[in-house]
Design a protein around this ligand. Structure first.
Ligand SMILES: Cc1cc2nc3c(=O)[nH]c(=O)nc-3n(C[C@H](O)[C@H](O)[C@H](O)COP(=O)(O)OP(=O)(O)OC[C@H]3O[C@@H](n4cnc5c(N)ncnc54)[C@H](O)[C@@H]3O)c2cc1C
Length: 382
């Protein structure tokens, strides 16, 4: 592990545990990608739960490990190096865990978090066909009837909804109040009226299921609201700050893995009577890649440290980390393919998969353009 002020001995311990299980996941990553086999990711998520790697930053009293945010990021970085589909689903599981941790009551935390830190799978249901970047434009509604909320609407692009036991659903409880009229609910997947739709066919993170679902008069007990009516949007934004850090960590993982493969290949492959690592063109690509990896690591872990310590500027730093890391991971994985030449373009090496997996990083949890909005508002003011 590089010597950064953010890392302590505990992070090295977490890294070693994550690295151990990542070696298992690596064996099936290509097959999971090729067949879009999300049963592999489902199994991997349960394995993460067995090893106490889910909810690392959640307090022990709620079933987590009581560690810090950086511990989660280190674990995610290692998992991503091995299997991007599992990395994506690990991130989504944590978004749902964080939603409950952020907005739920102690009773809800005690009831649900130990399950989600162990072997129950959960999904984060914010996006809708008409509400992507403009996530406050939700059409899904939740109406209080007696002691139940009745939820109607649909969600799309929801990671793991197909395999989840519990879905966190964001819905409008008061349309007059716009973003302040959004609330979030714990919705068990077997709630009558909830129907899972198609699993999307994607260019990357293929083994992580991305799904639409429909809610037709889904009734949940009144106590399934997270926090109070109207606090859902702010809670979602706080949860997404951690999600943006998680994208940074995944990018660090993907980029490090691509760099390692490119360096090893360059030292071995010979052309014109010498290894290609002797050509300055290759050396300079490697220099650029290594510099970008270092910058990504610093931005991401610095932002994580700001957020975990409750310092000023955490949201802005998380947006910067997400923007820079996602855009540059596309470049680093592209350069890895270039260094490998023709074989880089085949499935004999995982760098083509890394490049496909990298693209979602510029879209999910707020596109690059949305990150630029967040950053420019912080710098210039509204
Ligand atoms: C694989 C995958 C997994 C996902 N998982 C989840 C999940 O688990 N839960 C969940 O809730 N969502 C999930 N999403 C949804 C994801 O968060 C959205 O796709 C993303 O926020 C972008 O929304 P959109 O696709 O509707 O694009 P749009 O918002 O329609 O954007 C289209 C283009 O317009 C640009 N744009 C939009 N508004 C502006 C603006 N104001 N200024 C400048 N440019 C703008 C965008 O940057 C983009 O380039 C997932 C998506 C994918 C593809």
């Amino acid at each position: 592990m590089a010597e950064y002020p953010y890392f302590k001995d505990i992070h090295e311990d977490v890294r070693q545990i994550a690295r151990g299980v990542a070696a298992e996941f690596k064996k099936t990553a290509a097959e999971a990608d090729e067949n879009s086999d999300y049963s592999i990711v489902e199994r991997n998520l349960k394995r993460l739960g067995e090893l106490n790697l889910l909810g690392l930053h959640i307090p022990k009293e709620f079933g987590g490990q009581g560690l810090d945010l950086i511990s989660y990021m280190v674990a995610l970085e290692e998992i991503e190096k091995a299997c991007g589909g599992t990395g994506m689903s690990y991130d989504a599981q944590t978004l749902a865990i964080d939603s409950i941790n952020e907005a739920g009551s102690d009773e809800q935390r005690k009831k649900y978090l130990p399950l989600l830190c162990k072997d129950k799978i959960s999904a984060f249901g914010l996006s809708e066909p008409g509400a992507g970047s403009d996530s406050a434009a939700l059409k899904t509604t939740a109406r209080l009837e007696g002691d139940q909320y009745v939820i109607n609407g649909s969600k799309h692009f929801i990671t793991d909804a197909a395999i989840a036991d519990i879905i966190i659903v964001y819905a409008v409880t008061d349309p007059e109040k716009k973003a302040h009229g959004i609330s979030s609910f714990i919705v068990p997947k077997d709630t009558p009226g909830l129907k899972i739709g198609k699993v999307e066919k994607k260019m990357g993170v293929k083994a992580s299921p991305t799904t639409e679902f429909f809610m037709d008069n889904c009734r949940v007990p009144r106590e399934n609201i997270l926090g109070t009516e109207g606090n859902g949007f702010i809670a979602a934004m706080k949860t997404l700050d951690i999600g943006r850090l998680a994208i940074g960590a995944q990018c660090v993982g993907l980029s490090k893995a691509a760099l390692e493969i490119a360096v090893a290949y360059a030292k071995e492959r010979e052309q014109f009577g010498r290894t290609i690592a002797k050509f300055q063109a290759i050396q300079f690509m490697i220099a650029d890649m290594a510099t970008k990896v270092a910058a990504m690591e610093n931005l991401t872990y610095h932002a994580a440290w700001l957020i975990q310590e409750g310092k000023e500027g955490g949201s802005q730093a998380a947006a910067m980390a997400k923007l820079f890391c996602s855009e540059e991971t596309l470049d680093v994985t592209d350069k890895a393919i270039q260094i490998l030449g023709g074989v880089g373009f085949t499935t004999d090496y995982p760098v083509e998969r890394f490049h496909r997996d990298a693209k979602i990083m510029t879209i999910g949890e707020g596109t690059s353009e949305v990150q630029r909005l967040v950053i420019s508002r912080a710098v210039i003011g509204r």
